[in-house]
Design a protein around this ligand. Structure first.
Ligand code: TYD
Length: 139
């Protein structure tokens, strides 16, 4: 399978915006309105022990919005040439990860929740889990 030529600079942090009230805030993501792909799957990471890292893979096709629904963490993006560390700590900000990028998540705050909106259902075939293989395929 061909690996997308996207670079870390094709990923961006998007302000989803919020509906504010004295009683609390709401942030809305709606297909065809404020997200550049159709959401087929939502998953969330929680109870990540201190010092732990997640991710450590790339996807051929999958696109994602990654949101710090609670707390904070960093996403390290890597396209084989450039690396970019993005800190997420606001529930109304989403990191758009385009296909073909290596990513790791670390620096999780205690109690943080990582919400991921994904363009495809889970498919192990869409993963590259070996960094050397990723670098070879990215060339
Ligand atoms: P993985 O994507 O490797 O997690 P992370 O990138 O956060 O470190 O997935 C961890 C495990 O969970 C792996 O066994 C596959 C399984 N999994 C599913 O079954 N469905 C899913 O939608 C996801 C994201 C993971």
């Amino acid at each position: 399978m061909e690996l997308n030529k996207n670079t870390v600079f094709d990923c961006s942090v998007i302000d989803i915006s919020k509906i504010h009230s004295e009683a609390g805030n709401i942030t809305v993501v709606e297909n065809d309105k404020n997200i550049p792909f159709h959401v087929k799957r939502i998953y969330y990471l929680y109870d990540v022990p201190a010092g732990e890292a997640r991710g450590g893979h790339a996807h051929y096709e999958l696109e994602q919005y990654v949101v710090a629904a609670s707390g904070s963490f960093d996403v390290v993006l890597d396209d084989g040439v450039n690396k970019r560390r993005v800190s997420l700590n606001r529930p109304y900000m989403a990191l758009h990860i385009v296909p073909g990028l290596w990513r790791e998540l670390d620096n999780f705050s205690s109690g943080s929740i990582t919400m991921v909106l994904a363009s495809e259902v889970y498919e192990e075939k869409d993963y590259i889990r070996d960094y050397k293989t990723y670098i070879e395929k990215k060339k």
